[in-house]
Design a protein around this ligand. Structure first.
Ligand code: GLC
Length: 586
């Protein structure tokens, strides 16, 4: 299918660069965006009906978290059939209708690909269980005999990202305790063995299936996890999503790291993450995607975006070398502390690393796995990021959090590259920090024995209309996770057209970003700013420039002369208040 942007969406400056180099991509979490059939869970027809919201917001594309057949042990990131839609979300015809409507509105559509693991209810895993040890069916996964005399010890000491061991023992057909299988996440998410050619062939078919239906790209789940180190050696650190012992945000010097050198430099690389073998997989996928753009038209590119929690950023840059993926999420930006120096370092470092391989940087502040930035930024600066917030935990300062979130977004949307938004952040939604533990669904909560609240608080159904059932999410009042009362005042219909609302702020920022061509622009730091003020001259692809000032300090600072295009908080005098970003016409 050929993609035709809607006329009024076309760039005035007719940018020749590929669309994904500057796109703003909005993440829709299908369970929680809009419920079309009144069962309390979001679905594809619901999404289709609400697409005009994205057009009005001014984004370029949407990324859909998984909507495939799944027992939902990890909210759809446990896929039982990669080429069909789960009945809770609709049908393949609904997926086609969504794609068609999005394209009509000038929105591209990226879908989620989950290649590290299947569901345990996938036909392959069921066949592996039935076929027994040594079979070709088991060779698609990581089945091993246990250690110890009776094999009752797991094959190695790895733990799962969600807590508990990364191995589960199966019962063989004769009823005896049998082999163990590896699952870096939930036991219901067995890891595939990517050394097996059948696995590679299956995913090529999956890519083609969705490309043939017209999707514009794939967000690749756990892209750094597919290949494991030979022999599955023990690892004595926690299995977080970050592989090496490196700390987030540490400065690094070299940006151009060839594969062979990088591997030797970092002996502490975790054996389950970021192994060199993953890159050949992505090269082959890139070649496959390019078949769908035979004329090499940059506006028809189908793309790959890596979810790779990899440190340092130079390692992440290896996923976006010219013959691999197009984009990789930049989690360093999301994790940076609220200090001008930290953010500047991360921005510089990200641009340099991505630039060294000719890729655009990406920017993101929120997604379905982290505490929403309107709440995260309301926690004391410098403390570790919590995995969810519950009633008994330290509560974020909501006013400060939203104020900083708005300032952070205005900073992000001025940066060159591609930016990702997470549903509801355009409303300034906070994390639901008062969810009763009894309704939690994220496996992290139970597998960590309640030590980590998990990610439910950022996955609450969207508020669309303050006065409607389920705040306009759908006609069933009991939504799959309850909506907090504070979401009512933040509903779309309460903010649309209201000057100064977060929704109108996002619309303004996105309009200006597009008009000025900032996504394809250049950044120059202004060095004569106070210590906690970031100053940038952002020149768009059309040649016009804006001065962006972000005051991360506690004190107001004098405002330089110039026409204020947008400010994230009210300006009452000629000063730039604390926790505020402004764009000035230069
Ligand atoms: C990714 C997804 C997350 C999921 C995990 C396992 O990190 O973003 O939601 O739980 O992969 O698939």
């Amino acid at each position: 299918m050929t993609f035709h942007p809607a006329a009024s969406h076309a760039r005035d400056h007719a940018a020749p660069a590929a669309w994904w180099r500057h796109a703003v991509i909005y993440q829709v979490y299908p369970r929680s965006w809009a419920d079309g059939n009144a069962d309390g869970v979001g679905d594809l027809p619901g999404i289709t009906s609400r697409l005009p919201h994205l057009r009005e917001l001014g984004v370029d594309a949407l990324w859909l978290s998984p909507f495939y057949v799944s027992p939902m042990a990890d909210a759809g990131y446990d896929v039982a059939d990669y080429t069909d839609v789960d009945p809770v979300f609709g049908t393949l015809a609904d997926a086609d209708a969504l794609l068609a409507r999005a394209h009509e509105l000038g929105l591209r559509v990226i879908v989620d690909l989950v290649p590290n693991h299947t569901s345990d209810e996938h036909a392959w895993f069921q066949a592996a269980l039935a076929a027994g040890p040594g079979s070709a069916e088991r060779a698609r996964y990581h089945f091993r005999d246990g250690q110890g005399e009776d094999g009752s010890e797991p094959p190695n000491n790895w733990s799962s990202v969600f807590g508990g061991p990364a191995w589960t023992r199966v019962t063989e057909a004769d009823g005896a305790p049998g082999q163990w299988y590896l699952h870096l996440f939930d036991p219901k998410q067995p890891d595939l063995d990517w050394d097996n050619p059948e696995v590679r062939a299956m995913f090529e078919q999956v890519l083609r299936f969705w490309l043939d239906r017209g999707v514009d790209g794939f967000r690749v789940d756990v892209a750094h996890g597919l290949v494991k180190a030979e022999g599955l050696p023990d690892w004595h650190e926690r299995t977080g999503m970050l592989g090496s012992a490196e700390k987030p945000g540490e400065p690094h010097t070299s940006v151009d790291v060839p594969e062979h050198e990088a591997a030797h430099d970092e002996p502490d690389r975790a054996p389950m993450w970021d192994q060199d073998g993953v890159h050949e997989i992505y090269r082959s996928w890139r070649r496959l995607l390019e078949e769908y753009n035979p004329e090499d038209d940059p506006q028809q590119d189908r793309i790959l975006c890596a979810e790779a929690w990899v440190q340092p950023v130079e390692r992440a840059a290896r996923y976006v070398r010219r013959d691999e993926m197009h984009q990789a999420f930049n989690f360093d930006f999301l994790q940076a502390a609220w200090h001008a120096k930290d953010l500047r370092e991360v921005i510089d470092h990200s641009l340099a690393a991505a630039g060294s391989v000719g890729a655009p940087s990406t920017w993101v502040l929120s997604n379905h796995d982290v505490v929403r930035h309107a709440s995260r930024l309301g926690l004391p600066v410098g403390q570790p990021r919590p995995n969810g917030i519950g009633i008994g935990d330290e509560q974020p300062n909501a006013v400060l959090g939203l104020r900083r979130a708005r300032a952070a977004t205005a900073l992000m949307l001025a940066l060159p590259g591609s930016a990702y938004l997470y549903q509801g952040e355009e409303l300034g939604l906070p994390e639901h920090t008062a969810l009763p533990d009894t309704v939690r669904q994220d496996p992290t909560w139970s597998r960590s024995g309640g030590a980590e609240r998990g990610r439910d608080g950022c996955r609450i159904p969207m508020p669309w209309e303050a006065g409607a059932t389920a705040l306009g999410f759908g006609d069933q009042a009991a939504t799959w996770l309850p909506q907090p009362e504070i979401y009512r005042a933040l509903a779309v219909d309460r903010q649309a057209g209201v000057p100064g609302s977060t929704l109108e702020l996002y619309r303004t920022l996105l309009t200006l970003r597009r008009e000025l061509g900032l996504g394809l622009g250049e950044l120059r730091w202004l060095d004569d700013t106070p210590e906690e003020v970031l100053g940038m001259q952002c020149t768009g692809s059309g040649g016009a420039a804006v001065t962006v000032l972000a005051n991360l300090g506690e004190q107001a600072v004098p405002l330089p002369p110039g026409e204020v295009l947008v400010s994230t908080s009210t300006l009452t005098d000629s000063s730039l208040p604390a926790d505020t970003t402004i764009w000035l016409r230069s």
